[in-house]
Design a protein around this ligand. Structure first.
Ligand SMILES: [Zn+2]
Length: 109
């Protein structure tokens, strides 16, 4: 918050507007909460938890329209949409070679 939402005066470090006396305490708390959600989102993003990162970004943007949060959300949504989704093989098939049915289904002799 750089300007008082009531009178547009420049906000200094005081919890109250110098010009009109508006109390910023709750607004500053909301901003701090938005920043907390944003930093959690970045944490999840770094751990590849993109869905949880998106949830945190939505929480952050719900509280404050921050340019970085918006940019990151848009990036994650775009990044998610380019992932191959046409191939319907289960994810495990990418890691294990396909097994022949008699490899695992035959009973011991
Ligand atoms: Zn003011």
């Amino acid at each position: 918050m750089q300007r008082c939402p009531t009178c547009r005066a420049r906000v200094r470090s005081e919890p109250r507007c110098n010009r009109c006396g508006t109390d910023f305490t709750r607004l500053l708390a909301i901003e701090a909460r938005a920043e907390m959600h944003l930093s959690r989102a970045i944490g999840f993003w770094l751990e590849s938890g993109e869905e949880r990162a998106l949830e945190e970004l939505e929480c952050s943007l719900h509280l404050k329209q921050d340019a970085l949060a918006r940019l990151l959300r848009d990036y994650l949504i775009e990044h998610r949409s380019i992932r191959p989704t046409s191939d319907d093989r289960p994810a495990a098939d990418w890691f294990w070679p396909s097994e022949q049915p008699d490899d695992i289904r035959t009973s011991p002799k």
